[in-house]
Write a new protein. Structure first.
Length: 335
């Protein structure tokens, strides 16, 4: 009997130890294609780094291609509802939730995704960005700059007038209207190409890398490449309760590789993708890359300058535009 009890106690202790050592499972979702650079390179690199640093206390399961929910617009709700723990979220798909991030859609501000992304992270850490209640920001990519891609020739600003342009947020909408175009909202990025082919829209602002990811290059053959039309926030929020529940070693691993590490890797890969896509467009005789004259670009800057004003007074006592420029200049000084 003593031997039996000893054996049972040993089994119980071993079982308890196994339960205690079972890794916490974290579901990392993306509605975008498994072949996107985020899903193919960046997220796997992040998962590998965090899991190794966490010492076996967590296992991060990657679900690209909309496996846990295909609608890009619903990704934030999936995180908040605990269906997934982390997701790739386009901020503009939740209008009004992250109002300060709309400032990054202003044209003629940023030269790259890296520059804009690190600026956004600086503003987040300075508590200048709202909407993150019950969320832990793992990383943020301010994708861009965006450029104009159309199915019909656009060789000067005058050619934009009257075009139907898909827009992804209020700033893009105001920008299109200021240039004389008709702003068309409510079209998620994966549906842009289809809507161009059907004639619903004549084109869209988009970063160069995603011209191929979303098959826009199949239907839009004209690309204005010297007029940067702002950047768009793609965030990776984590359910706050899930983050708070992590064992200390796992939380320390997330703290080490979230924030600047993940944001920089995200942005560097996206800029690499932009360069590769530009090279592909340049080599393809079916595509025409357009550069407006210096005078035309200057005139567009003047036309779009008033878009800045609402951000100067959006928050009492804070000029968000000046805060963004100061953060951007600080990023430029350290690069």
């Amino acid at each position: 009997m003593k031997l039996l009890m000893t054996a049972l106690a040993a089994v119980g202790m071993a079982s308890g130890s196994a339960v205690a050592q079972s890794p916490v499972v974290i579901k990392f979702a993306s509605a975008f294609a498994p072949t996107s650079i985020n899903n193919q390179e960046t997220i796997p690199a992040f998962i590998k780094a965090v899991e190794e640093a966490a010492g076996g206390t967590i296992r991060i399961e990657h679900y690209p291609g909309g496996t846990l929910g295909p609608n890009p617009i619903a990704q934030l709700k999936l995180v908040e509802d605990g269906v997934v723990d982390i997701a790739e979220v386009v901020a503009a798909y939740t209008p009004g939730r992250f109002p300060e991030l709309e400032i990054f859609e202003l044209p003629f501000v940023f030269d790259s995704t890296v520059e804009a992304s690190l600026t956004a992270l600086e503003m987040y850490e300075a508590e200048l960005l709202s909407g993150f209640d019950n969320l832990e920001l793992v990383g943020i990519a301010e994708v861009g700059p965006y450029y104009l891609h159309t199915s019909d020739p656009v060789r000067s600003p005058a050619d934009i007038s009257g075009l139907k342009l898909r827009v992804g947020g209020p700033v893009q909408g105001a920008m299109a209207e200021a240039l004389g175009a008709v702003a068309v909202g409510g079209i998620p990025a994966p549906q842009i190409a289809e809507n161009i082919s059907r004639g619903v829209v004549d084109g869209s602002p988009m970063d160069l890398g995603n011209v191929y990811n979303f098959r826009i290059a199949d239907t839009a053959k004209y690309h204005v490449i010297n007029v940067p039309l702002g950047n768009v926030a793609v965030m990776f929020p984590m359910n706050q309760a899930k983050y708070d529940s992590l064992p200390p070693e796992a939380k320390a691993a997330f703290d080490e590789f979230s924030g600047e590490w993940f944001t920089r890797v995200l942005a560097e890969n996206l800029d690499k993708q932009n360069e590769q896509s530009l090279a592909s467009l340049q080599e393809d005789p079916e595509h025409e890359l357009v550069e407006f004259s210096e005078a035309d670009v200057a005139a567009m800057e003047e036309t779009l300058a008033p878009l800045v004003e609402p951000f100067r007074t959006a928050r009492e006592g804070v000029d968000l535009y000046e805060e963004m420029i100061a953060a951007r200049d600080a990023v430029r000084a350290t690069r």
